[in-house]
Design a protein around this ligand. Structure first.
Ligand SMILES: O=P(O)(O)OC[C@H]1O[C@H](O)[C@H](O)[C@@H](O)[C@@H]1O
Length: 533
């Protein structure tokens, strides 16, 4: 089935469609015309359009990957762990989930989750992926794995043979890879930004090593690539729908996997693409990843629902975006670039991502802030800023729900609530239920992100997009810390510094923020579920 967009009840002004046609956007995009996003974006766009060629240029890596997978299998190395953040892990996660192939994705600094990934070391190969080669989470995980392999008795050469590296040419990681004797290094096309890299080595290497037929993925994309210069092609239609909905006031995009679709977890990938590409200069499209098309939290009249892999649902307005995964990647990248032009922003930069990172680095240097709780109820410590606790009676036994309701009522018109959980995605998976539970209590859009993963995705929108968010940060006690070898911080400190750094970035903008710290993670999550149910 080819890539197609089915719109139900979405009226796109003819003027927008005819303007894009008159400007010859489809053909100019395929010709990599860097002027499409205005003069300020031109120099960046000139080095960020390589993703259009990937369905063809990535072919060269497929045979090499098959050989490498066979080589690893012959040595009994059949468990693949991927260390990478944002664009360096989100695509392989959806590729492997969709193919039903196991891949351990490590995009966290949670000490428990990182420790748990260091299991079955005798059959493990670690893919370290970072375009910049300088991402602290990924580098810390790499260090932890080296020390775990050493503790398991492997010598330096044997340890190097357990690593496969994906990075850009000339990055610090490419040098590290050579120094540590990594088994293989894949250098990606530097003219492709992280969130547009699904069909590059970043998407393909871990997926192929885990057992996915990545050649088929490229075939799926190539079929769409051949049509992208045509006016009225379906990816252009998707871009027009996103941009048209934005102009009509629907600046939140709810994303759900179709119930009849084989594609699993597409929203988690598209979330980064859309949030980082569009959320800047006080504008943007907020992606809201839903558990299913009828999940709560996206009913408001500022939301457009898009279902991936099935036709449009009955609800209006909505989009159904059908087609295989390889085409979905390319189609949504193209549509996001088109929407970027409609919004009048540069879809290839992420100007506000560094802010929380800089705060984190400063906190790592100066020490964690002392932040005494306003109250402690059961397994939950309550802290707040930006007026989130104004008027809340924290002595009440239901102080937690009062604080949550105060936060919800602090959401401005056309605003949203972002739940940000710096927890273990496996052991504390119950935190994921908070999104729907909170969404039932408000008509506003509610998003959920695991920290620090969302910092590389919706984090850009939170800071650079419209300042209409309210924020719930959830952190948890660390029972068993894990050192980061040869660094002067451990994982627990890094995780806490990331949470504190992001709190500071949001507080500096005066955003309402409620911080709940769980002194017992399981009990605290159960308590939250109870008070919200
Ligand atoms: O691949 P890396 O260089 O490690 O970058 C991982 C992520 O880091 C940053 O947060 C960027 O904003 C993301 O777009 C990127 O995907």
């Amino acid at each position: 089935m080819s890539f197609a967009v089915d719109a139900n009840g979405l009226d796109v002004p003819d003027q927008l469609r005819s303007q894009l046609a008159a400007d010859d956007v489809a053909a100019r995009l395929v010709a990599k015309d860097a002027t499409l996003w205005g003069p300020e974006a031109e120099s960046e766009a000139a080095i960020r359009l390589g993703w259009l060629d990937l369905p063809a240029t990535s072919r060269e890596v497929v045979a090499r990957l098959a050989d490498l997978r066979a080589e690893l299998a012959a040595e009994g190395l059949d468990r693949v762990v991927l260390c990478g953040m944002g664009g360096s892990s989100l695509a392989p996660e959806v590729i492997c989930r969709t193919a039903g192939v196991p891949l351990v994705v490590l995009d966290t600094t949670d000490p428990g989750q990182v420790s748990a990934a260091m299991a079955d070391l005798d059959r493990t190969v670690v893919v370290v992926s970072s375009k910049s080669g300088g991402t602290v989470e990924t580098d810390s995980q790499r260090r932890a794995f080296i020390s775990a392999f050493a503790a398991a008795g492997l010598d330096e050469k044997e340890i190097g043979a357990r690593f496969v590296v994906v990075t850009d040419p000339g990055s610090p990681l490419s040098e590290t890879a050579a120094a540590m004797g990594a088994r293989a290094v894949f250098l990606a096309d530097p003219n492709v930004g992280g969130r547009y890299s699904a069909l590059s080595a970043f998407g393909l290497v871990p997926s192929a090593l885990a057992g996915v037929d990545v050649g088929a993925l490229l075939d799926e994309a190539e079929e769409l690539a051949a049509r992208l210069a045509e006016p009225g092609n379906p990816a252009l239609e998707l871009g027009i729908a996103l941009g048209g909905a934005f102009r009509a006031g629907r600046d939140k995009l709810a994303l759900a996997d179709g119930s009849g679709s084989p594609i699993q977890g597409f929203g988690d990938w598209a979330e980064q693409l859309i949030a980082e590409s569009t959320g800047k200069e006080g504008r943007g499209i907020l992606p809201v990843v839903l558990e299913s098309a009828d999940a709560p939290g996206a009913q408001a009249d500022d939301v457009l629902l898009a279902v991936v892999g099935d036709g449009a649902p009955a609800r209006q307005p909505s989009l159904g975006v059908t087609g295989p995964l390889g085409a979905q990647f390319l189609g949504w990248e193209y549509a996001t670039a088109v929407a970027g032009r409609v919004l009048g922003i540069n879809p290839f930069d992420q100007p506000n991502v560094t802010e929380s990172k800089d705060n984190t680095n400063r906190i790592l240097g100066e020490g964690l802030p002392v932040d005494p709780p306003a109250a402690k109820i059961g397994a939950i410590e309550i802290r707040g800023s930006g007026g989130a606790l104004d008027g809340v009676d924290l002595s009440a036994h239901d102080g937690v729900v009062l604080a949550l309701d105060a936060l919800l009522s602090a959401i401005p018109p056309r605003g949203y609530l972002a739940v940000m959980a710096y927890l273990d995605r496996e052991q504390d998976a119950a935190a994921g239920e908070l999104r729907a539970l909170l969404a039932r209590r408000t008509e506003h859009a509610v998003t959920f992100g695991w920290g620090p993963r969302f910092l590389h995705s919706t984090g850009q929108y939170h800071k650079g997009g419209p300042q209409v968010g309210a924020f719930l940060q959830v952190t948890g006690v660390v029972d068993q810390d894990l050192p980061v070898p040869d660094r002067d911080f451990d994982f627990a400190t890094l995780q806490a510094a990331q949470a504190a750094g992001d709190r500071k970035a949001l507080a500096d903008r005066g955003r309402p923020l409620l911080h709940l710290h769980l002194t017992d993670r399981a009990a605290g999550l159960a308590q939250l579920r109870d008070v919200l149910a």
